[in-house]
Design a protein around this ligand. Structure first.
Ligand SMILES: Cc1ncc(COP(=O)(O)O)c(C=O)c1O
Length: 359
């Protein structure tokens, strides 16, 4: 018998594993999970009922083409059906986008730090990451990103608002950037948190995509819509990009439960909007309290706040955990804290205050 193990692609060597947010502690005093930018509210009753009904037929494959969901989205956003593609969360679509555009020798540009899936999916494709540091204000440095374009660049991610810093780029600077990108380089506007933005200078990517065939907008039902566990997201792009995303999709990847829940959620937007408003109000309260405690908090536009703690990051996360809130540390850099239910936010604020006093 041979001692050799199966040959795997060298491109996979050293790929960082995706770190999910740590779960809340299971037993003992109540613990809250503020580590994954999830929606803290349980499913809406109507959406839950829809999913329960769909569950009765999960012996069948789902609708491969996500027909009802695509039709609903096309009407809602006033885009042609052919410009839509669905995926297993927007991270699934992001991976399909990389697979569709970049391979060995090609470059993918993104800001850093940004969504941690970008380096992983780039490396899986065998392409090369080009990371452009955020500015001192924790914002995408779009001029530097445009300067980083070479003739090997195939794809650029712009995460707006940015995960984990919660910062945004605004319309004028984004348009100026897009004007500098060659038309054969695809720009993905990852708008996973767009529903939490309250700044009218921040553009809706769908307005920008309309007359720009090299712009693709990524959206998800995981955050504001509260369907993270069901895995459904969508992309809006011109042909041939949207067609490439349909080609690279895992067949039947989006379950019927997820498709039906997404349609039901689009029909329940008033209730969902109230929840998003409550989170936006909590975000203002949390950010204001942190500033009052003496922290520097970049203006937050998503459902999380960012504290650049440097070497104190791990200690801060441990202090939060001891107080009953699990946050998301990026060791040596900073901590991302999801806005949760009021009780969780209060616990977090108390922990942050205690930590601050000991500095
Ligand atoms: C910026 C960004 N994009 C995409 C995603 C992926 O979300 P999902 O795959 O659940 O749609 C996330 C999740 O945290 C994110 O932060």
């Amino acid at each position: 018998m041979s001692e050799k193990s199966p040959k795997l692609r060298a491109a996979l060597d050293g790929i960082p594993t995706y770190k999910p947010g740590k779960p809340a502690a299971g037993d003992g005093p109540r613990s809250f999970k503020l580590s994954s930018n999830e929606n803290p509210y349980p499913p809406l009753a109507g959406v839950l009922e829809t999913v329960a009904n769909s569950a009765a037929s999960f012996n069948r494959y789902p609708d491969l083409a996500c027909t009802a969901l695509i039709a609903e989205l096309a009407t809602r956003f006033d885009v042609p059906l052919e410009h839509l593609a669905t995926g297993t969360g927007s991270v699934g679509l992001a991976q399909q986008i990389v697979q569709s555009t970049a391979g060995p020798g090609d470059e993918v540009i993104y800001a850093w730090r940004s969504f941690e899936a970008y380096p992983i999916i780039t490396q899986i494709a065998g392409a090369t990451s080009v990371r452009v540091p955020l500015t001192d204000a924790e914002v995408h440095d779009l001029d530097a990103m445009a300067d980083a374009i070479t003739d090997r660049t195939r794809l650029i991610f712009v995460c707006n608002p940015n995960n984990p810093t919660s910062t945004v780029v605004r319309r004028a600077e984004l348009e100026r950037f897009l004007d500098r990108v060659p038309s054969d380089v695809l720009v993905v506007l990852d708008e996973a948190y767009i529903e939490f933005i309250r700044d009218d200078q921040v553009p809706n990517g769908i307005d920008l995509y309309r007359d720009r065939p090299n712009v693709c907008v990524l959206r998800t039902f995981s955050k504001a819509y509260g369907l993270a566990g069901l895995r459904v997201g969508f992309a809006i792009a011109h042909e041939p990009v949207a067609a490439a995303l349909r080609k690279t999709a895992v067949p039947f990847g989006v379950s019927q439960l997820a498709q039906d829940a997404a349609v039901a959620s689009l029909h329940s937007e008033d209730a969902l909007r109230d929840r998003v408003e409550a989170l936006v109000a909590e975000r203002a309260r949390v950010a204001g309290a942190l500033t009052g405690q003496g922290w520097t908090v970049p203006e937050a536009h998503a459902n999380f706040v960012w504290l650049r703690l440097g070497e104190r990051t791990a200690d801060f996360a441990a202090a939060c955990e001891a107080a009953g809130v699990v946050v998301r540390p990026f060791p040596g850099e900073g901590t991302r804290v999801t806005i949760g239910e009021r009780e969780a936010n209060d616990l977090f604020l108390r922990a942050a205050e205690g930590f601050r006093k000991e500095l």
